[in-house]
Design a binder for this molecule. Structure first.
Ligand code: 6R9
Length: 646
């Protein structure tokens, strides 16, 4: 039996949906999806209201997904313009700088409108048109919000690349979607350190021939080199544009953005989301999961480089007319109190963060939390990876003083917004469980042969029907979209996650069942790290697996076979670790690297990752059957020389 945290009385009274309300809404969403979704669509402001809801098939012969196909709207107008009359002077964005001594910025919806229009006009003046791809490589500064919304306003497709990615990774993403314009800043600022973003773009440009224009936001004032004819200062270009820009009417199924994410094989995929369905899903889930009310301050402490930032810093909250916090810094700088100080400073009502951040803060002790009030908090959210019950309880008991429900939201870049999550007024909580599906979501657990498993059981998590926020394709590779998500289990969307369902119908995500690892809530394909390693001149072969890590959830464990004649050693180990950092970015830094004279392979040459995972977990007593290996002796060497970590 796991412990249960019932809905607090106050929440049962005040929330939009209580337990019966949730059951009713959920039942309706599956029984009559057509009318349910057309009714839900009313929450958006349409230029032409849709009469069609979902039209989709996950079968190969007739594969297609569309939502509200005859509707027309503009996403930026939904996030800004429609609020101007009612709450133009209300705060849309609170920007909290990295340095706590610098002044925060508060932007009203009216000011946001002006800034987004200016940015849109600068893009237009640079020749950006509807359907063009614009790469955004910016730190967490207000201009990142302006740039994203400016693209949406003119119908350009944004591709935000996390500012922690390397020039190589950036170049690959610019090239994949033929983006001719990149928006960046002189430097990024995080945790008191600076990142040379403009210099990274300069380095990327050499490998990204499509790139024609670089728009540079002056943020830190750091030195940059401007290339004549290619680079433009944003503040100069913005000086002589109008602060009005009419929103472009878009079809509901016109693309809104591309966001690259890691899969189990190959290079990162450009996940494509469209306008109407995505915005509806971001807005609805933001309201349901967080029971958002007018005037509240909502803080999603993610980076806009990830889907969580797209849906819950920008699109969801702004579509709902919320006050959203954008934080430039990191939770534990200047010290482990920062996140709670920001909560007090801006009177944050809902905080939404990742388990990895909580574990890092937990480790520093409760005094940092207790030194602050946190009386404004009423809800706490989590996302990105399974939350271990200890971190859950700490979040609930210490950070939330036992007052705030924990909203554990399970979802993916591909799903656009939360899929399985509690509703604060409706769902009793169990630490470590994302609880129950949101309206419209039809999860199933299946065995490896695709048989549907019923009742309390464990299996692979699939979603049996489409929902509005579902991704529509992999940019430039529709075949890969179908192949990746709809072929493992015919007629169903395969999430890549394993999951248990308990006797109360609660879902417990157990983690990825494919070759994707989750490091500090960031998705990483083991294949990506392997290909970075083998790109090093001394490396012959590499195999990468996840290993348990106390703070990051999972760490990266790399096995490396060197070319003949190359000697392993500490210096080379350090060099290879640095190499991966510079090929992909700091988030891909291996936590352990073992030189392996050989890797365990089957006779057909397939690496047996199962064995490598066990060794990385330091669980060497049960390696299972190794008799099918081409050379079982390699395992002894791997075990003997394993890297034992804390
Ligand atoms: C939003 C986001 C998706 C993968 C997903 C799963 C893991 C996310 C989770 C969770 C357990 C949660 N994941 N939220 N696992 N409980 N609440 O994180 O998107 O970066 O695409 O990662 O993250 O494994 O498949 P993304």
């Amino acid at each position: 039996m796991s412990d249960i945290y019932p809905v607090p009385e106050e929440w049962a009274k005040r929330a939009r949906l209580d337990a019966a309300g949730y059951e009713k809404m959920y039942g309706l969403s599956l029984a009559d999806p057509g009318s349910f979704w057309l009714e839900q669509a009313r929450r958006l402001d349409w230029i032409k209201r849709p009469e069609l809801a979902g039209d989709w098939s996950f079968d190969e012969e007739d594969f297609h997904i569309s939502w509200f196909a005859d509707g027309k709207l503009n996403v930026a107008a939904n996030c800004i313009d429609r609020h101007l009359k009612k709450r133009g002077a209300a705060t849309a964005i609170i920007w909290e700088p990295d340095d706590p001594d610098m002044a925060p910025i508060r932007l009203s919806y009216l000011e946001l409108h002006r800034e987004v229009c200016r940015f849109a006009n600068v893009l237009k003046a640079q020749g950006v048109r509807k359907g063009d791809r614009v790469t955004i490589y910016l730190p967490m500064i207000p201009e990142a919000a302006f740039a994203v919304l400016a693209c949406a306003r003119i119908g350009a497709i944004h591709s935000v690349v996390f500012a922690g990615f390397s020039p190589e990774a950036l170049a690959g993403r610019i090239t994949d979607c033929d983006s001719t314009v990149c928006i960046t800043a002189d430097e990024g600022r995080r945790g008191g350190r600076r990142t040379p973003l403009k210099a990274n773009v300069d380095a990327a440009a050499g490998h990204a021939p499509a790139l024609e224009k670089v728009i540079v936001v002056q943020s830190t004032g750091g030195d940059v080199t401007m290339t004549e004819g290619r680079d433009i200062w944003y503040h100069e270009a913005a000086a002589d544009v109008s602060d009005d820009c009419p929103p472009e009417p878009m079809d509901a199924e016109d693309p809104l953005f591309i966001l690259y994410t890691s899969g189990s094989t190959g290079k990162p995929k450009g996940v494509l989301h469209t306008s109407g369905g995505y915005l509806l899903w971001a807005s609805l889930t933001h309201e349901l999961c967080f029971d958002y009310r007018e005037g509240e301050v909502f803080w999603c402490a993610a980076d806009i480089g990830w889907v969580t930032g797209h849906s819950y810093i920008l699109y969801g909250p702004l579509a709902n007319g919320a006050t959203t916090v954008m934080f430039e810094g990191v939770p534990n700088w200047p010290d482990a109190s920062r996140i709670w100080q920001v909560v007090d400073k801006h009177q944050v009502n809902t905080l939404f963060t990742a388990p990895t951040a909580l574990r890092a803060l937990m480790k520093d002790g409760d005094e940092y939390v207790k030194a602050t009030s946190r009386a404004s908090l009423r809800l706490l959210g989590t996302v990105g990876e399974p939350i271990n019950p200890e971190a859950w309880r700490w979040y609930h008991d210490v950070a939330g003083d036992g007052r705030c429900p924990i909203i554990d939201t399970w979802w993916q870049t591909e799903t656009g917004g939360a899929m399985i999550a509690p509703l604060p007024g409706a769902t009793d909580l169990k630490p470590g469980s994302a609880t129950r599906p949101l309206p419209g979501i039809d999860p199933q657990l299946v065995d490896p042969d695709g048989n549907i498993l019923h009742g309390a059981t464990q299996g692979n998590l699939v979603i049996a029907r489409s929902w509005p926020g579902q991704m529509r394709t992999v940019w430039n590779d529709h075949a890969r979209f179908f192949e990746t998500y709809f072929t493992t289990y015919k007629g169903k969307y395969f999430t890549g996650d394993g999951c248990r369902r308990d006797e109360d119908g609660y879902y417990w995500i157990t983690g990825r069942v494919d070759d994707v690892i989750n490091v500090s809530g960031h998705r990483m394909g083991t294949a990506e790290v392997e290909s970075a390693l083998v790109a090093h001149p001394r490396v012959a072969e590499a195999a990468v697996v996840g290993m348990p890590h106390a703070v990051k959830g999972q760490g990266i464990y790399a096995y490396v076979t060197l070319n003949a004649g190359c000697e392993p050693g500490e210096e080379l180990r350090g060099e290879l670790i640095k190499w991966v950092r510079s090929e992909i970015g700091p988030i891909a830094t291996p936590d352990a690297l073992q030189f392996a004279p050989g890797l365990p392979k089957t006779r057909s040459g397939k690496i047996m990752r199962r064995i490598l995972r066990k060794i990385a977990e330091n669980d060497v007593s049960s390696l299972g059957d190794t008799s099918t290996l081409a050379d079982p002796a390699v395992v002894d060497d791997l075990v003997e020389n394993r890297v034992v970590h804390a």
